[in-house]
Design a protein around this ligand. Structure first.
Ligand SMILES: N[C@@H](CCC(=O)N[C@@H](CS)C(=O)NCC(=O)O)C(=O)O
Length: 208
């Protein structure tokens, strides 16, 4: 299996789960800065021209959440439970994509990507709107996490890897995480996992 990635948010989830599970994947770095995700070869396996992608033989799976679920199922891991808890995992994956990660991503874009990579000024209106929504949904997450180790309770799942993906760069993106102590506590727990702290292969290993 090949896992195509770059050191950005969505591949982070897939790489972290692959590392955490010890999945037998070959990590293949796709340099977005060099446009390697827009080559005909890469578009043939992911027509969206985005990372990550998991390839196995003729199967090409895109969407980081689906890749995490695939890897967990392959490893027969409860990271993606096969009982009724799967519904709850789906709930949090959907909530993350539609609400929490969505508005956090706007703040990543405005506060990091635009000034650093596009040499463009952040849009104050977009920042104000995204900050309002981010805080609204962060409060929901904070309240939910009270009394729970992870999103589903005692068991770590791919939902944690997915929803928390915006937290490692929260400070640079100006996400007001410090106002939400339960989120901070949860993230500190995730930071105990080596694969969460270091999700990507070292540049040396990737080049080998
Ligand atoms: N919904 C996709 C989003 C993938 C995505 O947006 N990847 C970004 C990196 S985090 C990307 O490849 N961007 C390059 C581009 O859009 O040109 C997923 O969850 O995998």
């Amino acid at each position: 299996m090949k896992l195509y990635y770059f050191e950005t948010l969505n591949p982070r989830k897939a790489c972290a789960v692959a590392k955490h599970l010890g999945s037998p994947v070959e990590f293949v770095r796709i340099d977005l800065a060099k446009g390697e995700h827009k080559t005909p070869e890469y578009l043939a396996i992911n027509p969206n021209g985005k990372v990550p992608t998991l390839s196995r033989g003729g199967m090409h799976l895109w969407e980081a959440d689906a890749i995490m679920a695939y890897l967990a199922r392959e490893a027969r891991s409860d990271l993606f439970p096969s009982d009724e808890r799967q519904i709850d995992v789906m709930r949090w994956l959907s909530w993350g994509a539609q609400h929490f990660t969505r508005h956090a991503s706007t703040l990543y874009f405005e506060n990091i990507v635009k000034p650093r990579f596009l040499k463009a000024a952040p849009d104050p209106k977009a920042i104000e709107e995204a900050t309002g929504f981010f805080n609204q949904f962060a409060q929901v997450l904070n309240d939910h996490l009270r009394g729970r180790k992870y999103l589903l309770g005692d068991a770590l799942t791919i939902a944690d890897f997915s929803v928390a993906v915006v937290l490692p760069g929260a400070e640079q993106a100006n996400l007001s995480v410090s106002a939400f102590p339960e989120i901070e506590r949860w993230h500190a727990r995730l930071n105990e996992l080596p694969a969460w702290r270091e999700p990507f292969p070292s540049p040396k290993a990737a080049a080998a």
